[in-house]
Design a protein. Structure first.
Length: 190
């Protein structure tokens, strides 16, 4: 029973790392995103190379690592929303694990004319959807489970004109924002 509880606790820690990843991406919280990767981790998900170089920051010109690349790409979107689904964790040993987590991601692309619009911008805002899986290798180092290798598998992608009615009638304090303006950062320690 104790071994089963210990395994469940480790699996929950790994699931929480993946959940923190989604939060960090959607809130564009650089420090939080860097915190889910061990030094030397690698990435292959719309970018191939190091996941997080601790000597880099989002202010650097060239991508250099996935975190910087992600911030360059996501700045061309006004909103993102990553939804996590089926999550399966396999413990390989006391210090290594493997994880498969399904995701669906939504991105509102900025329109041409917006100074932050990306190279692939359209004349109007567009909605970009992606569905796939995160295949992660985790390692326990210095008492923390973190990602050491991520491979992002893409099942489908879709771009379409936005169909939302906007958020004009909603309390502005309840509309998701990015770090540090999101209400999450105003709550007690999370």
């Amino acid at each position: 029973m104790a071994d089963e509880l210990a395994s469940l606790a480790v699996k929950q820690q790994i699931i929480e790392v993946t959940t923190i990843y989604a939060r960090a991406i959607d809130r564009m919280d650089e420090a939080l995103l860097r915190s889910v990767f061990h030094p030397g981790s690698t990435h292959n998900h719309f970018y191939q190379g190091p996941s997080s170089d601790p000597d880099r920051s989002s202010a650097d010109e060239d991508p250099g690592d996935f975190v910087r690349f992600a911030f360059q790409v996501l700045s061309a979107h006004t909103h993102t929303h990553h939804q996590l689904g089926n999550h399966y964790v396999e413990l390989e040993s006391d210090t290594e694990a493997r994880s498969e987590c399904y995701f669906t991601a939504y991105h509102r692309m900025r329109a041409l004319g917006d100074p932050l619009a990306g190279d692939g911008a359209f004349e109007t805002e567009m909605d970009f959807f992606v569905g796939g899986r995160y295949l992660d290798n985790f390692a326990l180092r210095d008492g923390e489970w973190k990602i050491v290798e991520r491979i992002g598998m893409t099942d489908w992608m879709r771009i379409e004109a936005p169909s939302s009615g906007g958020t004009a009638g909603i309390d502005q304090d309840t509309i998701s924002k990015r770090w540090p303006d999101d209400r999450l950062y105003k709550m007690a320690a999370v």
